[in-house]
Design a protein around this ligand. Structure first.
Ligand code: SAM
Length: 282
């Protein structure tokens, strides 16, 4: 029977052979999951059961084929909260935590203790659920077109005990928008990849749903449509907050300016890339 240390070394070796730069981290995450321990290598000599070894080897095989670790584990952490993740939803990215910080800072600055917040294109619900946890008196709505993703948002709301309203709809549906008004904050991380991006996707990203990625030929379809259609739903003084892709900030800013938004402010992610914008309806 193999012990934990032996199996760990072997797994790291396999992932390194496939040029995985995070071989140690990925193997550790898999071990933590299987043994349900934070530090599984504190017991290096512990024998691994045949059943656990078989699962670990299967996970490592999938990982060596480029299948994302988050889908293998079926869960991931975002802003310190646990989320269930499946291939039906985009994997929550640390970049998106900047968007959370933007919304929290607006609420602090403007003294909004119980804002009405709409999270458009909600995916796993990571934004909506996190905002509800961080601002418990907020009235938070999550809008998502994919039925399967809506199932995941429900699971994540319940997992985190977050009382949010989930709407299964196209954000471009005029019926949805017709009677909406006085929203304090609209937050959105829409699909923003261009056709060229889609044609040259990194292997790992090819496992994520196309519906979550493709934003039209120039990647800006959702910014144009949402800004135009949802502007009337914001109260005067309300905010529209977007995440966008690399080098899209000037284009998204132009769309906001054309739609007469004011106090436009850009933020960078941890890698120094301009990643989000907040803009006020005046
Ligand atoms: C880039 S993902 C973002 C997911 C999540 N907000 C996040 O930050 O991790 C975009 C999401 O928009 C959804 N979506 C695509 N088109 C949509 C539409 N017309 N109406 C509503 N949701 C849409 C996709 O299914 C996907 O879940």
């Amino acid at each position: 029977m193999v012990n934990r240390r032996q199996l760990y070394n072997e797994c790291v070796g396999i992932l390194k052979k496939y040029a995985n730069p995070d071989a140690e981290f990925d193997t550790l995450c898999i071990f933590q999951d299987i043994f349900n321990e934070k530090n599984p290598l504190f017991k290096p000599m512990e024998a691994v059961t045949e059943k656990d070894e078989k699962i670990i080897r299967e996970y490592i095989r999938k990982r060596s084929e480029g299948y994302p670790l988050q889908y293998i584990l079926g869960k991931w952490e975002f802003y310190g909260y646990d989320f269930r993740i499946s291939p039906d939803v985009l994997i929550p990215r640390p970049d998106t935590e900047v968007l959370i910080e933007n919304v929290l800072s607006i609420c602090r600055r403007e003294g909004m203790t119980s804002p009405v917040i709409y999270d458009l294109c909600s995916g796993s619900g990571c934004i909506a659920v996190t905002l509800k946890k961080e601002i418990p008196s907020a009235d938070v709505y999550a809008v998502e077109i994919s039925k399967k993703a809506v199932g995941i948002i429900k699971e994540n709301a319940s997992l985190n005990n977050a009382d949010i309203t989930i709407i299964n709809s196209d954000v471009r549906n005029p019926e949805l928008i017709k009677n909406l008004e006085n929203i304090d904050i609209i937050v959105c991380n829409p699909p923003y990849l261009t056709q060229e991006d889609m044609d040259t996707l990194q292997k790992e990203v090819t496992f994520e749903p196309e519906l979550a990625l493709f934003g039209g030929a120039d990647g800006l379809d959702f910014y144009r449509e949402i800004t135009e259609k949802w502007k009337k739903c914001l109260r005067n003084g309300g905010y529209l907050c977007y995440e966008f892709g690399y080098d899209q900030h000037e284009d998204v800013k132009d769309i906001l300016v054309k739609n007469k938004f004011d106090n436009i402010s850009l933020s960078r992610d941890l890698a120094g890339i301009v990643r989000t914008v907040t803009a006020q309806k005046i």
